[in-house]
Design a protein around this ligand. Structure first.
Ligand code: 5GP
Ligand code: ZN
Length: 112
């Protein structure tokens, strides 16, 4: 499948990996928008948040648990933002579900 994040998960495209397990993969964003900016993706190809179902929701739960642990390890304390852009209007540019994790600076609200 011609999917950038599937290729990153498979190691076909290099990435700065932070964590991986059987269901998810975390890596630094190539264009960081904060001192800490990484992405966590399911290893399975899910196109976006609108495709989350009761069946694949446990993977999303795992991802949030991984985010809690990784941000702790990276010294973010409990201060971080998790963002998923779904659809073109919301700014999704890669069609494989991903959660941005941003930390290390004060973050404005609401996002643009
Ligand atoms: P979206 O715009 O879909 O919410 O987020 C896609 C994110 O993927 C962007 O923040 C962008 O910087 C990141 N990105 C795009 N291509 C690559 C890549 O090849 N490697 C990494 N590590 N991040 C990428
Ligand atoms: Zn994919």
């Amino acid at each position: 499948m011609d999917c950038l994040f599937c290729k990153i998960v498979a190691g076909e495209i290099p990435s700065d990996k932070l964590y991986e397990d059987d269901v998810c993969y975390a890596f630094k964003d190539i264009d960081p928008q904060a001192p800490v900016h990484f992405l966590v993706v399911p290893k399975a190809h899910i196109t976006g948040a609108d495709q989350i179902t009761e069946d694949n929701a446990p993977t999303v739960g795992r991802i949030f648990a991984v985010i809690a642990r990784l941000t702790q390890q990276l010294g973010c304390g409990g201060d971080y933002r998790v963002v998923t852009n779904c659809g073109k209007l919301a700014g999704q540019t890669v069609g494989h579900l991903h959660f941005h994790v941003l930390a290390g600076r004060s973050l404005a609200w609401p996002p643009g």
